[in-house]
Design a protein around this ligand. Structure first.
Ligand SMILES: [Zn+2]
Length: 241
């Protein structure tokens, strides 16, 4: 019975921790139309130059990675090619806490800034990745919201007359999280936002698939994986032919 309960608890935690899904903008007809038109003129997936922060990354410990767990999407890998990546964190005032939610979240995501250039912006509309103090949207059949969720949207940006397949991310962080778990979930979801579209099977990695009692810092394996993602081809960020 105990084993059963433990198993059940683990399953719930795994489901509750996070998910990441794809939303292609379809609410706006013009966006959907330009995405469709662009689709025929997109170049084949190509590799972007590696940002210096990742070029300089050397793993002297030979810690390997979990790149095999990262999914390829229909346009290739989910990599950013315009730096710095603009990040917005919702401002929440909380008088009961010594450190505000927003500050905790910001500090956690900026830990990734060592490896990819980030810039904090104060307007949601300007952001590539926006982080909201809000429960992830419930889906059909789901009884409670997860602790965090990351979604991306595709849209077409312009370079002169040419369209570029682009993306932006939204991260929902459930306000029910407290203490060290606020930073842990933010750090994990932001890893998805940066392009690690998969989970590590090892619990000392930030991108481990479940929440753990003592959340780890960003690991060598997390960065090895991130670097490999950025060495992969994508259709994102390249102008139409
Ligand atoms: Zn996740």
């Amino acid at each position: 019975m105990l084993t059963y309960l433990k198993h059940q608890f683990l399953t719930v935690s795994v489901v509750a921790f996070c998910t990441f899904i794809i939303i292609i903008i379809s609410q706006l007809q013009s966006d959907a139309a330009s995405l469709n038109t662009l689709n025929d003129r997109l170049p084949s997936p190509q590799i972007h130059p590696l940002p210096a922060t990742l070029t300089n990354w050397k793993d002297s410990t030979d810690s390997s990675d979990y790149f095999n767990e990262v999914k390829t999407l229909e346009f290739g890998y989910l990599v950013w090619s315009q730096f710095p990546i603009k990040v917005y964190v919702e401002q929440v005032t909380d008088n009961n806490s010594s450190q505000s939610w927003s500050k905790t979240v910001l500090n956690a995501v900026l830990e990734w800034g060592v490896y990819l250039p980030l810039e904090v912006v104060d307007k949601l509309e300007k952001a590539d990745i926006r982080i909201l103090h809000e429960s992830p949207p419930l889906r059909q059949g789901q009884l409670r919201a997860r602790s965090g969720e990351t979604r991306y949207e595709l849209y077409v940006s312009k370079q002169g007359e040419r369209g570029i397949l682009s993306h932006r991310c939204t991260i929902w962080l459930n306000p029910s999280q407290t203490g060290k778990y606020i930073a842990a979930v933010a750090r994990h979801e932001f890893g998805h936002g940066l392009g690690i579209w998969g989970h590590s099977p090892v619990d000392t990695d930030v991108m481990y698939f479940a929440q753990v009692r003592t959340p780890p810092p960003i690991s060598v394996r997390d960065i090895n994986t991130l670097k490999r993602v950025y060495e992969q081809p994508t259709r994102l960020g390249w102008p139409e032919i």
